[in-house]
Design a protein around this ligand. Sequence first.
Ligand SMILES: C[S@@+](CC[C@H](N)C(=O)[O-])C[C@H]1O[C@@H](n2cnc3c(N)ncnc32)[C@H](O)[C@@H]1O
Length: 393
Amino acid sequence: MAQALTAKRETGCVRTDRTVKGSLRSNNVNGDRREHPRSKPAALDFFAGSGLAAEALRPFFSLVWANDICEKKAATYRANHPARALKVSSISDVHGADLPDAELSWASFPCQDLSLAGDMKGIDSPRSGLVWEWLRVMDEMERPPRIVVAENVVGLVSASRGKHYVALHEALSARGFRVGAVVLDAVRWIPQSRPRVFVIGVVSPSLPDHLVSEGPTWCHSSALKQVSRCVEDFVWWTLPEPRATRVGLADLIDYGAAAHSKENSQRNLQLIPPHHRTRMESIINSRPAVFPGYKRTREGRQVLELRFDNVAGCLRTPEGGSSRQYVVIYKDGRFSTRLLTVQEASRLMGVRASYRILGSYNDGYKAMGDGVAVPAVRHLARHLLRPLARFKD
Ligand SMILES: C[S@@+](CC[C@H](N)C(=O)[O-])C[C@H]1O[C@@H](n2cnc3c(N)ncnc32)[C@H](O)[C@@H]1O
């Protein structure tokens, strides 16, 4: 959708010059909301995928309804969560009037158009633009949820000088939500670098003091600070800072898993840039070791670039030009290469060992690469979403 951009000179913000999507909703906080006879507040899980957001929210919320378009992911969702809650269809075919009442609406909406690995077409593009369908569905509900969370890659905030975030923030504000965002990097809980932005809105005349700070804290990135100046009344949600994990990638690796053939490994090892090879060889000793990396094209040549911090790079969806993550394994005095196994990928998402991941290698890898990091979302749910759900002003 072509839109005129207006630069806001004082702040450096770029915003979309348009009417905010959707209409003003009535403030329902003191409205006639039916109480559910269950101890946990109810939640709706949009773009539910293979159920990792549901997995993280489950200790605190009762997942009463979920939706995703992908039948393969739905199979994994059903293998781990109550099957009756999941509706497999495009969100475009979902009608708010058919949804059950809930306190929380969660949307991990598609990221391809906001991700550096994608083509950055933005929040009005066909895939990431499905976030507007999420709002449309809630507008159709007789009693829309009081708390909303939209999760995505940090490009939502950092790309195009924040205009995608501003559009979403304003659309939520126009519906009566008080809105702010946090950035949580999964690496605080698990050895995977995976920063994600969580946009959180609540309909409430006042906000609990202990959940809001006066200004930025550890969970606000510099891009968030920047974008906060482009919107009215940014809410500085705050959470307790978690202790850094002591678990490293080396602790999650199956050193016995099958490696590539000798020839294939050799081909991959030759792609490692000389300075990475020197560094890798200087680190190893008698113990097994692991070095994760992605293949990239640099100056027209394919290279396998490694990390040396005992942390995996961000797991990605193996489509749209982004490759899968390799590991170089050092064991018994030899180097070999292979892809991460699905089990390893699931550990890197903080998923419990008993979580059933169905389908092929690609299905399983995609299910994990597309999901949310379970401990990061659990932290958010425990320390912010559940208290918000309990807070009745
Ligand atoms: C970022 S993933 C969500 C991951 C999920 N929340 C989890 O933690 O496992 C985005 C999801 O949007 C789904 N999706 C894409 N287009 C859709 C549509 N038109 N309607 C409903 N879901 C759609 C994809 O199948 C994918 O599972």
